[in-house]
Write a new protein. Structure first.
Length: 347
């Protein structure tokens, strides 16, 4: 259930330097590093000789030397040296993956390199846009990545899971609307004249009720941005209100685990470092509440021998739509791969 022809976050930009770093994405191992010129390289982390981990080798200039037998590969994955052997077999090559570095993150295209398309990156420019300040991190989660996208596309759970930070009863009492546009899902909930949740009150000190917006955008394979706004009820007073984006990119490690890359980027009180810390600490606490729920959910799914079909409700409309998009694109990728594997018949 992994889309291959899509961009996944492999790391924060500041995580990758002049050392070999292993990442698993959608069941495949990668080794990442920066060249001496600063460009990020991503190769398959299996030496084609005996499948040793290249990440356990060493950098020699801009090449990777396998730590097992010393076979060396350049940035394109081409073998440039075999100790004690002049002739290099054509098949002695490590797969190289297309890489982009944008919006503080390193992105890797896991599918057909000829299909890599920068326009398919999610629009996460608020991560480093002028007039905005971002804080974030990466959380390992022992759960399938689609459980995380479900969680972010249906924020009803905030009422019950996050009552001490971003949730209150007004959320569950307000229905959502949703629409599907191509490979995107848009979910919207507008809450009128309701008490602010605890974290909103803490960061903006509202004097009364607020109007609240949750505008969610899903982009494949597993990228979700949430435009979250709170304004004094019945006004458009952004000066006394708040707006931030919760930007989330879920990278599947394998079927049972994920890396959850996240930021909160806001457009108010930009110079207030103490506020940035409050937001970061409280949102991290909020996400760890999700992790507790999702990891328990994963365990129960894996041990459910009955395999009964889940029963969906209205609030699942966005997450069900996203799963259908993923299913369709997974099948498309599989079909394309199968077509490439079918040998041509000589005429």
């Amino acid at each position: 259930m992994f889309i291959k022809n899509g961009w996944y976050v492999a790391a924060w930009g500041n995580e990758i330097g002049r050392e070999l770093t292993q990442r698993w994405i959608a069941g495949d191992p990668l080794v990442l590093y920066r060249t001496e010129a600063g460009k990020v390289v991503a190769l398959e982390d299996r030496c084609p000789h005996r499948r040793a981990s290249l990440a356990k080798g060493r950098l020699v200039g801009d090449t990777v030397q396998c730590g097992y037998h010393g076979i060396t590969f350049d940035c394109l994955g081409s073998c440039v040296h075999i100790p004690g052997q002049e002739k290099i077999p054509g098949s002695m090559a490590a797969r190289a993956y297309p890489v982009l570095e944008k919006w503080q993150w390193v992105w890797v295209w896991m599918g057909d390199p000829d299909a890599a398309d920068e326009s398919l990156l999610p629009d996460f420019h608020y991560n480093d846009a002028p007039g905005w300040v971002a804080t974030g991190g990466c959380i390992p989660v022992k759960a399938n990545y689609q459980l995380l996208t479900d969680n972010l596309l249906d924020l009803t759970h905030e009422t019950y899971v996050h009552g001490k930070t971003i949730g209150n009863s007004a959320i569950v009492e307000t229905p959502i609307s949703y629409r599907v546009e191509g490979n995107e899902v848009h979910v919207e909930r507008i809450i009128r004249n309701a008490p602010p949740p605890p974290l909103f009150q803490q960061v903006r000190n509202f004097e009364g009720n607020i109007d609240r917006w949750q505008i969610i955008r899903f982009q494949m394979p597993a990228h979700i941005s949430i435009d979250a706004r709170g304004l004094p009820a019945g006004t458009n007073d952004i000066e006394r209100g708040m707006r931030w984006f919760s930007i989330n990119s879920i990278t599947p490690v394998n079927e049972r685990s994920s890396l959850y890359y996240w930021t909160i980027t806001r457009c108010f009180s930009l110079e207030d470092e103490s506020l940035t810390k409050v937001v970061s600490d409280q949102i991290y606490k909020t996400f760890m509440e999700d992790v507790e729920v999702l990891e328990a959910q994963q365990a129960l799914i894996e041990t459910d021998q009955r395999r009964k079909a889940e029963v969906s409700i209205r609030a699942d409309s966005g997450s069900v739509s996203a799963r259908r998009i993923v299913q369709r694109l997974v099948e498309k990728d599989a079909s394309t791969t199968s077509e490439r594997m079918i040998p041509e018949v000589a005429q």
